[in-house]
Unconditional design. Structure first.
Lengths: 262, 262, 262, 262, 262, 262
């Protein structure tokens, strides 16, 4: 099984990190292909950047020449999942939704913790549209921007763990969904503070994509995600229009022993 | 007062029609500028086209060199209003939302009638996100695609009026919001069939934009629509990246007598 | 265009203030007529007074002999808008709802700030019935009664601005709707504290009424607001039954230059 | 125990019928006092009449000189219960709400059947405000006006039973709440058609009032129903202002044997 | 009238207390029969114990040989009311729901106060399923387990009253529903702290059962609570399967004077 | 990985069918153990049977002596998942919820089709409690009881496919969740009729359980599913109390080739 994991920003290093995380979460035999959009923002933290990401992701997937069984959009709260579902027959999984779905199976209420306050509305809107908001007790921001996180990982981990603890104690969350990624210590620190399960959206998305592919399920093509009617599109695909060379797909294959005893 | 009315597709003739409708709805002294995206679909009837429209509209507004007091996004159910609000300080009005808002002031429940079934979910999602869904009793499609409408206007008007009548009789709508445009006979025929007020989104948006501008109100810049943090955007603006020449703004000034007696 | 702005209490000085505020908000050429009920409470701060206001407003409108194009009910959270819509064909605008509607166009969540705790439920119920509650994050009271406000305007302004600041910081409001009126410094102080748009319900209602009238839209007469069936009403209209002389309409015409450049 | 049952219209014959029904539903030892407003409509079927009823009922209760333990507002979908709760310490029961409450104990979903289509919104709004709407599957109208019902009782019963049957079969109602009264054959016919429990609002209200009084429970006086602040009310009470003589209370005591074996 | 009041745990002393409370709340002439399950937990404070209670209560009722007019399930937040309604024709009342229903008649928002945090979700779920959650502003736990309450009644009363006060002051509750029982001083202390009505679920259930029985209303037998289709049940009733001797019904008859003056 | 799949009724043949379906849906290397309750109903189609199933399933799991990584409760709309989560640390998956979760990833609205009308409320309640109801457009019953299905499989398949078609055409479902099982032709026939994805709850549950186990996620033990406080349980476990011999676990191992190419 081959799953495309598409970053929502143009920073190839982040794609590599996401693909690595996806690969670690994948079942044996699943091949992860990381794609980076050829246009858009270096990081997504707002509405315009999210709209850019929607197209950047679609463009990256359409520009990928190989075969694949599912596509994961690896951004928290970004637009575009519906567009991918319209374009493709294979399952499409959004990491914001995937994290929420697994969280709902582990506890009665979950909270999402993210970095900046300005991404909270985007995550809330995505959960609302997906019908996954009812058991979301809060979306909390640590207040630290992404780049500060990288500069000061210890403080970042502490700030996010603090937001998670408030979600558990004040908002009555029983599960935490990470709405930000890339820090190895994060899950461990939160579990140490709150003793609740911590769900990473990328990992959840990989396993949910595997589940759908494994069952032979594909996106419904009646009504909402029916193929577009044939018509003239100017300036599409953007990558071609802009003369960009395709981004370099990053392939990460899981080489674990293929059978794990129960 | 100058209001930009931005078409969501690349068909300049539609922009002209929308700008004309906007101008007819405008108060005396309001100048309407119609803009056409330089990229995107020739008509918007689905998710991908809607995501393209989101960026096409932002690109068209950013590429407009003149002054303006408000922006109207003239598409039914399209993405992107939030992005415009983030980019701009002046009021931004989406016609799907504007029609719903005025309709809610005229009756207890409203229905939206549109053309194709596949646009229904997009309109429903927009109303849900805007918090305007509670009094929406249904979004009904006539089943006729846009181009057929132009080829057979009589049948198109009849089909949409039929959907409106079902909304009034079956779904208990008391007001009809048009989720499609450009036919002079439409309002008249619906009123003849159902005797309910008919709200056109473009007209509603113009008057709401005038209301906001007239009161000196601007978009809130705390949290959701705060200006983006400075960062590198690759391939933006698209128009420039793709080497497109700017679309030709269509200016329509309302030359009515400036005072109308009450 | 002539708009009746009907106070919900019997204090003529308040009517004058409301009419003045309405006039300042109105477009050039709009004439504002302030009406005061001939019966009811000197100020409305609860359920009984609100029910009295409902009838007092209807009575005042029915007793007005001149022509008019729209009616504004100028009370926060009062009953009666539905009755006016049943009685009249012209548009009817409630200031509680009008403030919410414009606020929803300026930010993702709004809060209402009002004076007394006991008016909070009335405002919440009005927003719920109008389907405008989904984006209302809180209705907060400053705890100061109306008359104390007049005696100590500085403290009143400070208390309301404090409630607004809490709404922005704690409840995540992005726009403030004033649920109380008459203080010139209020908007300025709130903007100084919170840097969010502040919407005044009276001003919003005037512009929304102008929008509806300008588009030729009238209240739907199917079902909810259909004219009453003919029947015997004892003791109605009350003003006549009680032998009251009609209240003195206060006319305020806006004499601004009629065209403002964009 | 003495319960005031207040009609919402000025037709004394209807008061007598309601008081008789209330008395038949009452426990042994409960005394029913029927009150008729001195002003308002001869029957309530719309918004204005409902606002009149709100004040007419309050006026009638305030004008009653005797002692009482609870008050029932006997109109379907009328305004005013909140005002009574503010005025009084004793329990106040609205028949629309009372019928819904008992119905919710007997089946998973209930429907209300009423006479005219124009009263449907009023009933829906009352249930929404009371938080009793979630299990209400529909409010259906038979389409026959009240007076026609009296002229053609057989046809009226058939029409209402037909609406009830549709609610059970189409809307999946498991209990029917009567939103109209005064016909002896109604319950029997509906049960014959649908085999579901039929709840009469007046009867339900009497038993709920008895329950509250029996437990010594009174209306909460913090916040929403706190006593009004002292202030000048012009033209109140209306009955006195209009020089009306008080309506004649109709007393109906239940003289059944006081103990019924279980 | 004879009402079965069924404890949800196996502690006979608690059954006696509940039956005594029920009897004190009952009308004259109502006979209360307390039943104790023959299996289950000594106290119910979680999901498994609640599922056991569901069957224990059904088993106890089926094992009762006498006649009865209604059944009360006397546990806060327990499962099983739907099963009893399926088994029986007579009215079935759950005390969690009964308390909420009467509370909704006394104030605009109510809160439930209970003992342990782990019972909060069960109570919330029961109110959600019953459609009684909309006016519930919070379910608060005092944090003290049941047995500690008995060991230290003063501290227990203080802790619960503290939770009630927070519900009134912070959550804007206007009525308190007791989600725990057995302490005579509780209501008095809460009223002393908060001056709001306090509703006990057992008392409310008795009066609501009386109301339903008094009106001749029975559970709807269409769809949700229709009698089970005939089929083989292994190991049912459990009491017989486990060889248990039937629990000893505790009869408490109310011998008050049968008529109380109003 | 070893997953217990627990039937909710006592019919061992059904357990075998469910285990076989689970095994076919499982990934290579996953071992499926089918368990049958030792008490309860031969088939579950109502509230009492569902409450029995809740305990029967818990009893069967507690009585299973081997190791396992996850538990699936294989009944549509049954009670008890929360109890299992309280008892166990390993993930617990309910098939009603699992089917809904995967369906929500494949289309905008899903419908559940089941056999008897009386199971519809149970399924609706389960989805409501799980917060998965927002995108469920309907739960439809074919009207044919389970045993008739077995006697007349062709008619049964036709009836369920008919219900599915109505859900797609009338209720606008884009995905069908099977709320009944055991018929090989069902999916094929529905896809032939409606061309929408068909999700089987058992298969979905297996893959979701695998996903959770694969990620090392376990049930949150704060608050709702915290281990029960130690206390005396009479008559538990039931199987032991009733002297039943443990049911015979049915093991079905998936022996597919362990690696499938993407």
């Amino acid at each position: 099984m081959r799953i495309l994991v598409v970053n929502v920003n143009t920073t190839a290093a982040m794609t590599a990190g996401i693909a690595r995380a996806a690969s670690e979460a994948a079942s044996a035999g699943t091949e992860i292909i990381g794609l980076t959009p050829t246009f858009g923002a270096e990081s997504c933290e707002g509405n315009v950047e999210s709209h850019l990401a929607a197209l950047g992701v679609m463009d990256a997937v359409l520009g990928y020449a190989g075969d694949y069984d599912a596509v994961i959009q690896a951004g928290y709260g970004e637009h575009g999942r519906e567009g991918l579902q319209e374009l493709l027959d294979v399952p499409v999984v959004d990491i914001t939704e995937a994290g929420a779905q697994l969280a709902m199976m582990l506890g009665r209420r979950y909270a999402v913790v993210t970095t900046l306050d300005r991404t909270v509305p985007l995550i809330e809107d995505r959960l609302l549209l997906a019908g996954l908001d009812r058991h979301c007790t809060s979306v909390r921001a640590s207040g630290m921007p992404v780049l500060d996180l990288e500069a000061h990982p210890d403080r970042a981990v502490a700030a996010i763990a603090e937001a998670a603890a408030e979600a558990v104690e004040t908002d009555r969350a029983e599960v935490i969904v990470l709405g930000c990624g890339g820090m190895a210590d994060l899950t461990e620190t939160i579990v140490g503070r709150c003793a609740v399960p911590v769900v990473d959206g990328v990992a959840a998305a990989v396993r949910l994509a595997e589940a759908l592919v494994g069952l032979g399920l594909t996106t419904s093509k009646v009504r909402t995600y029916a193929p577009a009617r044939p018509k003239r599109l100017d300036g599409w695909p953007f990558a071609a229009a802009a003369g960009a060379s395709p981004s370099d797909p990053q392939t990460v294959t899981r080489h674990d022993p293929v059978t794990r005893a129960s």
